[in-house]
Ligand binder design. Structure first.
Ligand code: CA
Length: 226
């Protein structure tokens, strides 16, 4: 676990570092905003502790620029104790705000808490997203992304794509897909499946004549290519 401390007062930075090291964290210290921002963007830290009053680039600006690129958990630790500053810092995407003078023990506890929460969140997020080359299917959000851009699928198109993607390299007949997605009692017929497959292809395939995801298996049905 690696922490970045962006703090211009050396004695404070060292105090933070010493407490974090005792708890098993590795720490890098940046003494000004520019250096801090550079390290924050270049390295995958588990958490960042950020002072606000820094020479050069101030902490608010550092926070804003980190958040343009990264979701690393971030705690602001500042002598600025006005509500206005806290609201601004949290509004820029900081996860927490502590004021100086601070309790090093409390800082370490909050650091651990934020890292745990973040790793749980990322874990949940990952398991909910199916990734196949440029295609992302977000199960819970019922969202489909292709090369980073969202594609709007109807409910049935989404169900069809998800079902096929969750059962890759297996051939399903139109009848089987119709029963599975629309159910036995639904109106319509197997031609509905053909139409929906075509619409999904138009939304996710670069070339619908040469589909890379949902393949037609002549005389048998469709197969999702993993
Ligand atoms: Ca300072």
């Amino acid at each position: 676990m690696r922490i970045l401390i962006i703090e211009d007062e050396q004695s404070i930075a060292e105090l933070e570092r010493d407490y974090l090291q005792i708890s098993g964290f590795e720490c890098d210290i940046a003494g000004d905003g520019e250096k801090g921002l550079e390290l924050a963007l270049a390295t995958d830290y588990d958490l960042i502790i950020l002072d606000l009053m820094l020479p050069g680039l101030d902490g608010f600006e550092v926070c804003r620029r980190i958040r343009e690129k990264k979701e690393t958990p971030l705690i602001i630790l500042s002598a600025k104790s006005e509500e206005f500053d806290k609201v601004r810092g949290l509004g820029l995407g900081a996860d927490d705000y502590m004021t100086k003078p601070f309790s090093p023990g409390e800082l370490v506890a909050r650091v651990k808490n934020h890292i745990d929460r973040y790793s749980r969140l990322v874990g949940v997020h990952r398991s909910n997203v199916l990734k196949i080359r440029g295609l992302e299917i977000h199960r819970d959000a019922r969202k489909v992304m292709m090369n980073g851009r969202e594609r709007n699928l109807t409910a049935k198109e989404f169900d069809l794509l998800l079902f096929l993607a969750e059962n890759p390299n297996k051939v399903f007949s139109r009848d089987a897909l119709f029963d599975r997605i629309w159910g036995m009692d639904a109106l319509g017929d197997v031609a509905t499946v053909t139409v929906h497959v075509q619409r999904v292809r138009e939304k996710i395939e670069e070339d619908t004549q040469n589909p890379q995801y949902i393949e037609t298996v002549w005389g048998a049905g469709y197969r999702f290519r993993a």
